[in-house]
Structures are given as structure tokens and as C-alpha cells.
Design a protein around this ligand. Structure first.
Ligand SMILES: Nc1ncnc2c1ncn2[C@@H]1O[C@H](COP(=O)(O)OP(=O)(O)OP(=O)(O)O)[C@@H](O)[C@H]1O
Ligand SMILES: [Mg+2]
Length: 156
């Protein structure tokens, strides 16, 4: 696990940007953190690191938004309005999860039971004021997400 602390949105964005530069196809990022923790700010940074020029906005009425004009396609999920995705039957989420893009999932705990075991879990903790603690946690056996964290550190 790698723990980072930020003191303003720009710092969180820049962590996202650095991470976005070292992601490869098929990466899944599960974002955990309460309302206003900074999940969307981090996602905007990752999109920048993927060279996506479009503005990232939270998918309010949609569950997923697709950004296909960057270095890799980005699928940005927001499950806030979903009680349980396995019961939603709304769409074939596997097409995204096992596709060639990057999946970033806000409120990923709402699909815990169908989340592939190998993913990068990012927990954002809100302590006080503008300070955020960001934990990068590689999940799954023989995970390649440890390698991503190492690349992230070395490309600083
Ligand atoms: N260190 C920080 N990192 C990120 N955001 C910060 C920080 N300090 C203050 N903020 C503010 O916190 C808010 C984070 O909002 P954001 O939309 O990213 O949260 P979220 O986790 O996506 O919430 P939601 O669950 O509603 O989608 C923004 O208004 C941002 O300006
Ligand atoms: Mg959000």
C-alpha cells in the first residue's frame, strides 16, 4: 500500500495525472471515499494523464460515461445512485471490465461482489479541512498493480 497526503484539489489532481500516465489497458480502479472526498477530482487528473482533452463530469443520470479520444479509452462509473449493481441488470458491465480501456469506478463498494479480484483500490480519507489521505492498495494475487505503483513512484 502507498499512502499519500494532499492539501488541495490541485495536488490530488496531479497524483491522478501521474497515475494516468502509467496505467495500461485493462486497468480497473475502485475509488472508495464518502461524498466530496475527491473521487471525481482524482478521476479528472487520471483523465489528464491519459491525455483526454474532454472535461470529465460526474455521470449524473448515467452509470458510466465513455471518453474514447485519449491514449486509452476511459470508462468512468459513478454508482452512487445504485443500491446493488448485480441486481440492476441494466447493462453488461463485463464488456467494460474486461475490455481494452481503463475503468474508474466511484462508489466501487456498491459492486464489491462483482468486482474482479485484481484491481487497484484507492481509498480517500477526509481528515479535516482540505487535507486528504489517499491510499493506493493493489488487490488480487500476483497483482500487477504493485508494478503500477512502482512505476508511479519512479516516474515522479
Ligand atoms: N485535497 C483535496 N483533494 C481533492 N479535493 C479537495 C481537496 N481539498 C478540497 N477539495 C474539494 O473537495 C471536493 C471534492 O469533490 P469531488 O466531486 O471530487 O468528490 P467526490 O468524492 O467525487 O464526491 P461524490 O461522492 O459526490 O461524487 C471539491 O470541491 C474539491 O475542491
Ligand atoms: Mg464524484
Amino acid at each position: 500500500m502507498l499512502t499519500l497526503t494532499t492539501h488541495n484539489p490541485e495536488q490530488t489532481m496531479s497524483i491522478g495525472e501521474r497515475l494516468g500516465r502509467v496505467l495500461h489497458e485493462g486497468c480497473i480502479i475502485a475509488l472508495i471515499g464518502g461524498l466530496g472526498a475527491g473521487k471525481t477530482v482524482l478521476t479528472k487528473g487520471i483523465a489528464r494523464g491519459l491525455e483526454i482533452k474532454e472535461d470529465i463530469t460526474s455521470p449524473t443520470f448515467l452509470i458510466v460515461k465513455e471518453y474514447i479520444y485519449g491514449r486509452l479509452p476511459l470508462y468512468h462509473f459513478d454508482l452512487y445512485r445504485l443500491d446493488n449493481i448485480s441486481q440492476s441488470g441494466l447493462f453488461d458491465i463485463d464488456e467494460y471490465l474486461f475490455g481494452n480501456g481503463i475503468c474508474i469506478i466511484e462508489w466501487a463498494e456498491r459492486m464489491e461482489e462483482i468486482l474482479p479480484p485484481m484491481h487497484l483500490r484507492i481509498e480517500i480519507q477526509w481528515n479535516k479541512g482540505n487535507q486528504r489521505q489517499i491510499n493506493l492498495i493493489p488487490k488480487g494475487d500476483r497483482t500487477n498493480y504493485q508494478g503500477i505503483i512502482e512505476k508511479f513512484l519512479h516516474k515522479a
